[in-house]
Design a protein around this ligand. Structure first.
Ligand code: F0G
Length: 449
C-alpha cells in the first residue's frame, strides 16, 4: 500500500483533561471520566496548540492534500483532521472503517417549506454503521485499545451500540452493550448482534442503562464508550470541520442538531469555538438544539431553571434515539448554546413525522430523531430567530434504514396523531396491494397521473 508522505511521525501527547466546572487540569482520567476534585465532566484541552499548530491556511491545505493519500488515517474523514485531535504516536494504529467524508446536500423543497433561501443537510447517516456515532467511536475505540482495554462498553438507544460493536470488532476488543428492552429499533439491535457484541436488553430505560454502566466501570475493567468519554466528543468535532471545509470555510448562519444525551451538540459547539480561536473561520455560527416534546430535559432546564440545574424528565417519544430524560452532557450543551447564541426548541411527535416525510420526499431520508432539526427550523423561522435571508445547515444524525417501522407506520397511516391534517395526509405514500395484472397496474398509474 502506498503510504502518503503526509502521515507525520511521532507526536508527543499534546492534550490534558480539563474539568468543565472547576477548570482543574489533569494528565489522566478515571474510568468515570469525572473530575477528581469536584466530580463534574471532563473535556480534552490542548494547552500548547497556539504555539505548536501550523497557521489556518496551512492547516486547510494540509487537510485538502490528505484527500489524495491512500493511507487509512487519511482516508478517514475523521483522522484527516487529526491535527485538532488528541495525538496518536503512530497513525497506523487507528481503528477505522473509513468513517466521515459524509455528503452535504441542498434541500430546496424543505427550504421552501421552512421559509429560508438556502438549506443544507449534513448527512451523518451516511457513515459506515449509519449514524454520526462513528465519528466519535473511531477516536475513542482507538484510545481504548491503546490503553490496553480488552472490554469496551456502552449504554445506548441503539446507534452508539451499533457503532461501538463495529469498532470493537475491528479493533479486536470485546464489546458489552446495555440497551433498554423493547425501546430500540430492530435495525440497531441487529447491528450490535451482527458485530458480535455481548448485548444485554435491560428492563429499564436508557437513563437506567447509563446509570448501571457508571457503576459497572467503577468495579470492572471495562472502558466506557458513551459520550461522557471525552475522546468520543473529540472525534465528533470533525463533523463541523468537514462541514466548514465543504462550505469553503464560509460559516452558515445556523447549524441545527437534535438533542438527546447532548454529546453531539457539545462536540460540534466545541469544534466551532476552536475553529474560531484558531482563525479557521471568521465568525461562529449559531448552534441550536432541538428536542422531542416528550424528551425535553434541556428545553426545561433552560426555561425553568435558567440553565443552572438539570430538570430531568420521564422520556417518551417515537424518536427512540433521543428518548433520554437525564442527559449527561447538559452543562456542556448549555454552555455551547450560550456562547454561540443558539436556541433550544421542542417539537411534537406529529411535527417530527411530517418533517421526516418532507426530508424523505427530497430523496434523502433520515431517522426520526434527525428530522427534529427540520421541524425545529420551521418553529425558529416562525419565531423570527432564523431570519428570512439566513443560511442553515441541519445535521441529519441517522440513516432512514435505522428505523423502518416508523416510516412504514407513517405511510400506512397507522401512527396516532395528526388526524385531519391535510399536509400530513399529502405526504403519505402507502404501499398498494394489487392483483398481478397489467390492467391493475395501469389503472393505478392513471389514478396518480
Ligand atoms: N440522533 C440520533 C440518530 C441518535 O442516535 C442520537 C443519540 C441523537 C440524535 C442525539 O445525540 O445524544 O449526542 O445528543 N443516540 C445515543 C445512542 C444516545 O445511544 O445511540 P446526543
Amino acid at each position: 500500500m502506498a503510504v502518503s508522505s503526509s502521515v507525520e511521525g511521532v507526536r508527543q501527547k499534546d492534550y490534558r483533561f480539563r474539568c468543565i466546572a472547576c477548570g482543574e487540569l489533569s494528565d489522566a482520567a478515571g474510568q468515570d471520566f469525572r473530575c477528581g476534585k469536584c466530580g463534574d465532566l471532563l473535556e480534552i484541552a490542548y494547552p500548547a496548540w497556539k504555539d505548536a499548530l501550523p497557521d489556518a491556511t496551512t492547516l486547510k491545505s494540509l487537510w485538502k492534500s490528505r484527500k489524495l493519500s491512500s493511507h487509512p488515517a487519511d482516508l478517514s474523514g475523521i483522522w484527516r483532521f487529526r491535527d485538532l485531535l488528541p495525538a496518536m504516536e503512530d497513525e497506523t494504529h487507528v481503528i477505522t472503517l473509513r468513517e466521515g467524508n459524509t455528503p452535504l446536500y441542498e434541500l430546496p423543497q424543505c427550504a421552501r417549506i421552512s421559509g429560508v433561501p438556502r438549506l443544507f443537510a449534513k448527512h451523518q447517516g451516511m457513515n459506515p454503521t449509519g449514524s454520526f456515532k462513528d465519528a466519535g467511536m473511531t477516536v475513542a475505540a482507538t484510545f481504548a485499545r491503546r490503553a490496553g482495554f480488552r472490554w469496551v462498553a456502552c449504554a445506548s438507544t441503539g446507534n452508539t451500540s451499533a457503532s461501538m460493536a463495529a469498532y470493537a470488532a475491528r479493533g479486536g476488543m470485546r464489546g458489552l452493550v446495555l440497551v433498554p428492552e423493547g425501546k430500540i429499533s430492530w435495525s440497531k439491535l441487529s447491528q450490535a448482534l451482527d458485530y458480535g457484541a455481548v448485548t444485554c436488553q435491560l428492563r429499564t430505560d436508557f437513563d437506567g442503562c447509563l446509570r448501571l454502566l457508571q457503576d459497572l466501570v467503577r468495579q470492572a475493567p471495562v472502558y466506557q464508550l458513551n459520550s461522557i468519554n471525552p475522546f468520543r466528543l473529540e472525534g465528533q468535532k470533525t463533523v463541523a470541520f468537514e462541514l466548514l471545509e465543504q462550505l469553503d470555510w464560509n460559516p452558515p448562519d445556523h447549524i441545527i442538531v437534535p438533542g438527546g444525551n447532548l454529546g453531539n451538540s457539545s462536540a460540534i459547539g466545541k469544534a466551532l469555538l476552536e475553529m474560531h480561536e484558531l482563525g479557521l473561520i471568521s465568525r461562529v455560527p449559531k448552534l441550536s438544539v432541538i428536542q422531542a416534546e416528550g424528551a425535553n430535559a434541556l428545553v426545561r432546564t433552560l426555561r425553568e431553571a435558567g440553565g443552572k440545574r438539570l430538570i430531568s424528565v420521564q422520556a417518551e417519544t417515537r424518536a427512540t434515539a433521543i428518548r433520554i430524560g437525564n442527559p449527561a452532557s447538559w452543562k456542556k450543551a448549555a454552555h455551547v448554546l450560550e456562547t454561540t447564541g443558539g436556541a433550544c426548541e421542542q417539537v411534537s411527535e406529529v411535527e417530527i413525522a411530517q418533517a421526516k416525510a418532507e426530508i424523505g420526499a427530497e430523496g434523502i431520508g433520515c431517522e426520526p430523531a434527525s428530522a427534529v432539526t427540520l421541524a425545529g427550523l420551521k418553529k425558529l423561522v416562525k419565531q423570527g430567530f432564523v431570519k428570512p435571508g439566513d443560511s442553515v445547515v441541519l445535521v441529519l444524525t441517522g440513516n432512514l434504514l435505522k428505523d423502518p417501522d416508523f416510516t412504514i407506520e407513517f405511510h400506512r397511516g397507522e401512527m396516532p396523531g395528526g388526524e385531519g391534517n391535510a399536509g400530513l395526509a399529502a405526504l403519505r405514500h402507502p404501499p398498494i396491494v394489487l392483483d398481478a395484472s397489467l390492467e391493475a397496474v395501469i389503472r393505478t398509474l392513471d389514478r396518480f397521473n
